[in-house]
Structures are given as C-alpha cells and as structure tokens.
Design a protein around this ligand. Structure first.
Ligand SMILES: *Cc1c(COP(=O)(O)O)cnc(C)c1O
Length: 359
C-alpha cells in the first residue's frame, strides 16, 4: 500500500490515524458486533458517538452555550437556500461576493428576497478581499453574508467585515477548524466537512439560538427548517451517521494535536514554505494579493498553459495528486488542509524547484 500526497480541494486528505482507526473498527465497533454504518441512529451507542462529536467540536471552538450545533445533509450548497428561507425575515440581506461560492449563495438568496451585493472582487478575478471596514450595509438587512475562505481563488478574510451591528453569516467550508475563531462574532458559521473535517455528506451549522424559530418564510419544508434539526439534536431523521462518526474522530485528532491554536501554528508554517518559494521563484507565481492569502488553498501559475499542464502531469507521476486548479480558473492549486503533513508541502516545493531548474 502506498498513499499519495493528496492536494485536492475537496473531498480532501484526512488524517491517516483516523482512517486506520476507522478501518480497525469497521467490522465491530466497540464490541457492538457491527460497523457504525449498520447501527441504529437511535441506539445508545450511536447517541454517545454524536454527543461526543458535538462536545469535542464545542471544546475545540469554545462554542458558547447559546449556540446550537447541527449536523445536516445537502452539502454547503443547501445552506445557500436554507439561510434565506430561515433568516430573511425582512426579505433583505447583504452579500459580499468574493468568489464562486459566495456568488452562488447570493444568486440563491435572490430567489427569496432582495439580496444586495454590497462588495465584490470579481473585477480582478476574485484575487483579493475587498475593504469591508465601511460598507453600505442595508438598514433593514437581516444578515450580512460572507464566504470566509475562498476555496477556488485562495483568498481569506483576515479580519471579519464591519457589519454595523447586523448578524454575520459565514461559509467556512474550506477553513473550518484551521485556526481558532471567536464564535460570538458570528450569528451563523457553517461548512461542508469534506474540505477540512470529514467525508462528504455532512454539513455542520453553528447557529445562535435566538435565530432558530418557527418564523421562517412561508412554504419552507420541514427538512429545511433549522428548528426541526435543532430541536431533535440532529436526529429528526436518519442523519449522515457514518460521516458524523468520522468527523468525531477528526475532532479528537485535532484535540490530540493541541487544539486549534496548535494546528494554526502548523498551518502558518506549512503555508509559509509554499508562499516563500512562490515569492522567490522565477517560474511559479501566486495569483492572490499577498495580504489576502489563504492558509488552506494556494493557487499558482507559471504563466504558460502548456507548462502548467506539463507540471500537473509530471507532479502526478511523482505522487502529488490533484494539483490542477479549478476548472474555472486553470493553473495549479495546492490545498494544504489540516491533515496534509508538513513533509507533503516540503516535498512539493522540492519538486517545484527541480521542475523550475529543468524548465
Ligand atoms: C466546496 C464548497 C462549497 C460547496 O460544498 P458542497 O458540499 O459541494 O455543496 C461551498 N462553499 C465553499 C467555501 C466550498 O469550498
């Protein structure tokens, strides 16, 4: 067996330790005589899995008592609709559009009310984060929406926007648990887990309790109401049970690493290796404004499409997988999530240096 260095943007690399544990527990989870995939989600043994997962997540992010944690399905994309359906009481919301995912969320919100695009970085192919210190926040906005880390373009909000007192809703799919966060600054923080936490099929929503009500847009389906899931402890219907179990293992792995402060240090160190090289390279260059660079997704180019294609092919042959940039932007992208070991980044940079010498 040999494992590659997987730089995929998502579904993405998971900690090897977690995969080994899951493999060892596959046929007989803790003496139950069955795998977690096969057990009732109403059983006591599954109750302990989901309860512990939630508690570990709460510990990692220091989630205050007045926030609910929900493990839902439908991916991050389903949240693009659930958020306006549940939170657009005045039918007005402000969107900061910094990439494809924010743009999709914005378009979806337009179906339910007036979504205002109050800032955008589309003029420069989303290669920067606009100044959000004094935006024209709408007086009657129900919330201000951001995508905190732009997976495709490799930008990240280093400071949260000044929402002028309005509730902040953030899609953190690709920076979830990559660093500490002050949950009290958010009304809603949510993310699909397949980028930095677990297997596709689970989306985690952390939401301030007072926002979870029956006062939703008329016609909102039961399954798309946060209250349905919050009241039932994410067990209104069958949850993505196996996925939640793997997320739980990743939470424990993160705790063992020393929590989010410790993982942030490693993430900064890892990203620095790659960005420092991009800054000194005569062949490769980063595509993002320096101060807005993501620690998780690092896009880069040579400036020559044929050379990019050759780099992608040769890197793949050398055991570095999924370095091709998003289909909408081209070039390369290295996603270096929590579970990417530092050696993976060091070896990638060594490979890039060699490629540079030969080209
Ligand atoms: C991947 C991604 C999404 C879409 O996630 P799905 O689970 O496929 O719906 C949304 N937002 C961000 C920031 C992402 O990286």
């Amino acid at each position: 067996m040999s494992r590659v260095y997987n730089f995929s943007a998502g579904p993405a690399v998971l900690p090897e330790e977690v995969l080994k544990e899951a493999a060892a527990e596959m046929l007989d989870y803790h003496g139950s005589g069955m795998s977690v995939m096969e057990m009732s989600h109403r059983s006591a043994i599954y109750a302990s899995i989901i309860t512990e997962a939630e508690q570990d997540l709460r510990d990692l992010l220091h989630i205050p008592e007045n926030y609910k944690v929900m493990f839902l399905q439908g991916g991050a994309s389903q949240q693009f609709a659930m958020i306006p359906m549940n939170l657009m009481k005045n039918r007005v919301a402000d969107y900061i559009v910094t990439g494809q995912w924010a743009k999709k969320a914005y378009s979806e919100a337009c179906k339910f009310g007036t979504a205002n695009k109050i800032a955008s970085s589309e003029d420069q192919t989303f290669s920067y984060i606009p100044d959000c210190s004094d935006l024209p926040i709408s007086k009657d906005a129900d919330y201000v929406y951001i995508c905190e880390n732009n997976t495709i373009y490799g930008t990240k909000f280093k400071t949260l926007p000044n929402t002028k007192g309005k509730d902040l809703v953030a899609d953190v799919s690709s920076c979830f648990l990559s660093e500490p966060a002050d949950i009290t600054k958010y009304a809603v923080m949510y993310g699909g887990v397949q980028k930095n936490i677990g297997p596709a099929g689970v989306v985690i929503v952390i939401m301030r309790e007072d926002l979870i009500t029956d006062d939703v847009l008329p016609g909102t389906p039961t399954m798309l109401k946060y209250k349905t899931h919050a009241d039932a402890g994410s067990l209104y219907n069958t949850p993505p049970a196996y996925g939640i179990y793997i997320c739980g293992k990743v939470f424990k792995w993160l705790k063992k690493q020393g929590g989010l402060e410790a993982i942030q240090k490693i993430n900064i160190q890892k990203a620095k290796i790659l960005y420092d090289f991009l800054d000194e390279s005569t062949l490769f260059k980063g595509t993002v404004r320096k101060e807005d660079r993501s620690l998780m997704n690092v896009p880069f180019i040579t400036g020559d499409k044929d050379l990019d294609a050759r780099f992608i092919a040769e890197s793949k042959a050398a055991g570095f997988e999924n370095l091709k940039g998003h289909r909408t932007v081209g070039g390369m992208r290295a996603s270096i999530y929590n579970a990417m070991p530092i050696e993976g980044v060091e070896k990638l940079v060594a490979f890039m240096k060699e490629f540079e010498k030969n080209n």
